[in-house]
Design a protein around this ligand. Sequence first.
Ligand SMILES: Cc1cc2nc3c(=O)[nH]c(=O)nc-3n(C[C@H](O)[C@H](O)[C@H](O)COP(=O)(O)OP(=O)(O)OC[C@H]3O[C@@H](n4cnc5c(N)ncnc54)[C@H](O)[C@@H]3O)c2cc1C
Length: 397
Amino acid sequence: MSIEREGNRPMSLRIAIIGAGLGGLATALALQKSGFRPVVYERSPEFAPLGAGLTMCSNANRVLRHLGLGDMLERDGVTQAQDYRDARSGAVLRRFDRENDLKKYGAPYYKVHRGDLQMEMARLVMARDPDAVVMDSELESIAQHGTEVTLKFANGTEAAADLVIGADGIRSVVRQRLFDDSDPVFTGYVAWRALVPTEGLGEDFMVSAVTAGTDRMINRYLVRARKLINVVCFSRRSGWRSADWSTKSDLGEVFEEFGDFDQNTMETLRLIDPNGVYKWALHTRKPLQSWVSGRVVLLGDAVHPMLPFMGQGAAMAIEDGMILARCLGSIPVLDTALATYQAIRKPRAEELVERSNLMAGVFHNGPDKYTRASDYTDQPTDPSMYDATSVPLQLPN
Ligand SMILES: Cc1cc2nc3c(=O)[nH]c(=O)nc-3n(C[C@H](O)[C@H](O)[C@H](O)COP(=O)(O)OP(=O)(O)OC[C@H]3O[C@@H](n4cnc5c(N)ncnc54)[C@H](O)[C@@H]3O)c2cc1C
């Protein structure tokens, strides 16, 4: 596939991206579209369709379609009405017609499997440039010497770049080495995640439903062309001081926490393979004053991890990558391009961090609060409206 040239920066700028998550790969695709040849370094030895489901709101899908993911999303993404239900009775308190999002925002709303999307993004990146992704490369150290950045990996290899993009997630080594060496902070929320095959199941199970009770909430929806149900069970406890990062868990623990939920939800939980339950402790990080240090810049969870209650964490990483590539492709002075990226993205991402914190309260403070506040999508700055492919690239005066 040929690389279209859109910008005026020399293609020879050596750009290294650390991390081939959704943020890193979106950045690579957007940079390729602007005429660059970035190299992505990923610590995992291979891509595999691992992971769980994700909500991809219209703002994310607008970018993903622009980057060539439209066919995959249409094939595998699921758009269906989303119920908000009461945990005790299972009664539907509110229904959102997600089919409307295409008309309302100009891009669809999908539920997808993270691993499927990541693999397709990686395939596209490598179709454009077979040398663009280097697997099994865990960054260990990073140093800046004038305008060059040097990278050392756990496998003993080294690389040099003119610009390094840290897209290495909430435990970012790039952040830790050059920006902030504090640890992520546990939020008090724990999530259990599992996938259930839908083969042979009745329509009662083929739903998208957020079922909330006080301090606990279960979100389930279909992914992979309706072949799997993604189940995420959230619990908040003030007594939890800290928790393991991400670990295999026991289905018994899920029943202990959520055993009093309504019948339909419990029937879904009983379908979970006891060997397929993963527990995540949800962490956050303090906001950074600057996202740029010399020739190194951060994006996605490396700089602004957020609670998942707006379904916008991956979307913000994808938008970051789009805006960063547009800045690099169209603003000739590198420092100005990076400053413009930060000026555009920092307020947007920090607003979503705040709103995700607010939504955490809404979803865990009982059905009353939850029903009223389900109007959140109608707020003046509806996140789904944002168009990272076309917002003006301007530094504030
Ligand atoms: C329970 C839960 C539910 C969520 N639901 C949603 C949702 O519905 N919608 C949504 O938009 N978001 C959701 N999120 C958030 C979303 O998953 C993240 O915001 C998003 O994945 C961040 O993308 P990223 O590319 O910045 O980081 P990551 O996805 O974490 O990717 C980082 C990549 O860097 C690699 N890496 C790490 N360290 C190194 C290193 N030293 N060297 C090389 N490579 C490295 C990792 O292997 C990984 O591939 C959810 C999160 C959780 C925990």
